[in-house]
Design a protein around this ligand. Structure first.
Ligand SMILES: Cc1cc2nc3c(=O)[nH]c(=O)nc-3n(C[C@H](O)[C@H](O)[C@H](O)COP(=O)(O)OP(=O)(O)OC[C@H]3O[C@@H](n4cnc5c(N)ncnc54)[C@H](O)[C@@H]3O)c2cc1C
Length: 433
């Protein structure tokens, strides 16, 4: 007897790569389940301020995509959800998905925010890298998709104020986690990346000195929708920094820390942020401490040149040995060997921004084991063939895109999303077995 094969695909991870893959599959008429573990799709691109090398506003490019995904008739968004188990073979996978309780009904919540206005609890907002605050009932960011609130049960004090104020009766504190089963022909893993924990370099002062921050914190600080409404200030005293140092290759190209590979995006995002610092205050003094500049993409070298010549960003080649805090000022002194002049230099800054390398997303090992997919020694998903199968895993019917198989910038993540979608639809198009 012939069994009808499923006309659907599963995409795991709702960052820019997974969204692109989902749209490309759905636009060919196949059903897509898009599973995202946080309450909203968007991934890291939703957090960054401007994008290199064009300095486009990240939210302005991303928001129409978020809307396209959420309104697509063939895409079923399963946010705040994770894959429980996967069985079967290419063309015929059975997947169990755990839908975590939001305690707010998606079909009823209008995203009005009356509940959050009433909530008395404030906790650090992870979307703002814990610099700003959110309520215990929250949406992570203004363009969150779906625009539905979530109760953070760990911090909720069960005062009931949000329940009372919600006119649509959308809040249900008795909601339970649910498990759903889906049947799909192909799976795309688009689980993205995490940032390397830069406190593993105590000599650089992150976690000890308030005015040493990392790049994603900087992105939130300069963002108009961020915790300081886009005002670039020091966390210790709220003063505008007049001199900023960016430190490259922290948690990247370091065998001793288990990250021997280059993270590919840090040179460019730091050059971008150095330029942004000067756009905020053209009189400030901005330095980048680098091992070597990897400006390999289209328009990247030109952007680097522009940062130097038009904006006056200063570049010093050398690994930073140490960051020391000055007495009573909150200022920081960098000790570095300038490998071009071979001199050891001490340079004072008001603010230091560390560029963390990129590592596989949290839970990647567990997920790979569940799905029987091979990983590289670095923990990313192993691809079948780097020339002819850059989105094909060693497991038939399972594909990968974006940073799930290694660090990538946005254009490369999007291209990989489209390529993985094409591979997945080839499996789906085979139809009946
Ligand atoms: C500080 C910084 C600045 C940057 N600036 C730029 C820039 O200006 N220009 C540029 O081109 N690139 C930039 N990048 C790189 C850019 O962020 C990435 O290219 C892009 O985010 C990759 O998209 P992705 O979808 O692969 O991963 P992500 O954006 O990480 O999205 C992955 C998604 O998968 C979800 N997920 C993870 N695990 C699971 C799971 N098990 N189940 C379900 N969902 C899961 C995550 O919650 C997330 O939503 C920057 C990176 C950093 C760190």
């Amino acid at each position: 007897m012939t069994e009808k094969k499923p006309n659907a695909a599963l995409v795991i991870g709702g960052g820019v790569a997974g969204m692109q893959a989902a749209l490309d599959i759905a636009n060919q008429g196949f059903k897509v389940y898009l599973v995202e573990r946080t309450p909203s799709i968007g991934g890291r691109m939703a957090q960054i301020d401007k994008t290199f090398p064009t300095l486009d506003c990240s939210a302005c490019i991303l928001t129409p995509k978020l809307s396209e995904v959420s309104h697509h008739p063939h895409i079923e968004l399963l946010t705040y959800s994770e894959v429980g188990s996967v069985t079967g073979v290419a063309g015929d996978f059975h997947v169990r998905i755990r839908r975590k309780a939001r305690y707010v009904r998606e079909d009823l919540c209008s995203g009005c925010g009356d509940c959050a206005a009433e909530c008395p609890v404030e906790v650090p907002n992870e979307f703002d890298m814990n610099i700003g605050f959110r309520k215990a009932i929250y949406v992570g960011f203004p363009q969150a998709t779906p625009n539905v609130f979530t109760v953070d049960k760990e911090n909720c004090i069960d005062c009931g104020r949000c329940v009372k104020v919600c006119e649509r009766k959308a809040i249900d504190m008795d909601m339970k986690d649910k498990t759903i089963n889906i049947h799909v022909g192909a799976i795309i893993v688009a689980t993205g990346f995490e940032l390397f924990d830069v406190s593993q370099y105590p000599r650089l002062g992150y976690g000890h000195y308030q005015n040493v921050i990392h790049a994603m914190e900087f992105e939130r600080l300069i963002n108009a929708a961020g915790p300081t409404h886009g005002h670039l200030v020091r966390l210790s005293d709220g003063k505008k920094p007049k001199s900023i140092g960016f430190i490259q290759c922290v948690g990247a190209r370091d065998v001793q820390k288990g990250v021997p590979y280059c993270s590919r995006v840090c040179c460019m995002y730091s050059i971008k942020n150095a330029v942004m610092a000067l756009e905020h205050d053209p009189k400030s003094d901005v330095w980048v401490y680098y091992a070597d500049i990897r400006a390999f993409g289209k328009g990247f070298e030109e952007f680097y040149e522009m940062a130097k010549r038009r904006f006056g960003v200063k570049f010093i080649r050398g690994r930073v040995a140490e960051v020391m805090e000055g007495k009573n000022t909150g200022n920081l002194v960098i000790k570095v060997e300038d490998t071009e002049s071979t001199k050891v230099r001490l340079i004072e800054h008001d603010l230091i921004v560390i560029s963390p390398g990129v590592i596989p997303s949290q839970g990647m090992d567990t997920m790979a084991t569940k799905m029987g997919i091979e990983q590289t020694d670095d923990g990313y998903i192993k691809i079948d063939h780097s020339f002819f199968g850059p989105t094909v895993t060693k497991t038939p019917g399972v594909f990968v895109c974006g940073c799930a198989d290694g660090p990538k910038d946005i254009p490369d993540s999007v291209s990989a999303g489209s390529a993985a979608a094409m591979k997945a639809t080839i499996v789906l198009s085979k139809g009946e077995s």
